[in-house]
Design a protein around this ligand. Structure first.
Ligand code: 13P
Length: 250
């Protein structure tokens, strides 16, 4: 099994000064566990500054989004190769905030996933159902649709260099975490789906849980058999809280 992965998604928060302070606090704080890869995903404009601070050390850099195209007349967009150039190794694709607020559909998410890999980045593909979908009993269908859209477009082999994050929309930024049993159930579904295409890849792929992960609930979530790390929003903006979550990695 590959090491656990804990990713801090800062979303659109902070200033250059607060970002610098946060990274310095993480770097100077209690030692991060060797059992996990730890990544931060700052806003685009701070990536280069953060890359300088991280200086190729153990803390890894990722981005929150990328353009599905490689270059050209796409005003305001940022390509995968630019992110690579800035020092990123990971990039989040299909975050529910992108899907819901910026109308990114499954087809576009699949194109972004493939663009990330063309640039040598590891995509973190987010999937997750809304509260209404869960209440209607549609959770499995939604997750399968979001996952299959990328599997069909990119092929199973592409998942050898990818991460999937289950982020129930109703748990994001709400303080309402999925129970470890609820999360495990969906993670098992995702792994079974990928394993059906390739058992080795399905067994090895890292599946992260995201949605109100905190130091107080990380250990319980991380001990579930199909949870291999976390995608952390709000709690990744506090150095000691984030470090405590990282320390829960198995
Ligand atoms: P919160 O941890 O703030 O709920 O956010 C989760 C998330 O969306 C991470 O990508």
């Amino acid at each position: 099994m590959r090491p656990f992965l804990v990713v801090g998604n800062w979303k659109m928060n902070g200033t250059r000064e607060s970002a610098t302070q946060l990274v310095n606090e993480i770097l100077r704080g209690p030692e991060l566990p060797a059992t996990a890869e730890i990544a931060i995903c700052p806003p685009f404009v701070y990536l280069a500054d953060m890359a300088r601070l991280l200086n190729g050390g153990t803390l890894i850099l990722g981005a929150q989004n990328l353009c599905a195209e490689d270059n050209g007349p796409y005003t305001g967009e940022v390509s995968g190769s630019m992110l690579r150039d800035a020092g990123c190794r990971y990039v989040i694709v299909g975050h529910s905030e992108r899907r819901n607020l910026y109308a990114e559909n499954d087809a576009l998410v699949a194109r972004k996933f493939m663009a990330a890999q063309r640039a040598g980045l590891t995509p973190i593909l987010c999937v997750g159902e809304t509260l209404t979908q869960r209440q209607r009993g549609e959770t499995h269908a939604v997750i399968m649709r979001q996952l299959m859209a990328v599997l069909d477009a990119a092929g199973i082999d592409a998942f050898d260099q990818a991460v999937v994050a289950y982020e129930p929309v109703w748990a994001i930024g709400t303080g309402k975490t999925a129970t470890s049993a609820q999360a495990q159930e969906v993670h098992a579904l995702v792994r079974a789906c990928i394993s059906a295409g390739n058992a080795r890849i399905g067994g090895a792929i890292r599946l992260l849980y995201g949605g109100s992960v905190k130091a107080s609930n990380a250990a319980e979530l991380f001990q579930m058999p199909d949870i291999n790390g976390g995608l952390v929003g709000g709690a990744s903006l506090e150095a000691y809280e984030f470090i405590a979550i990282c320390k829960a990695a198995i």
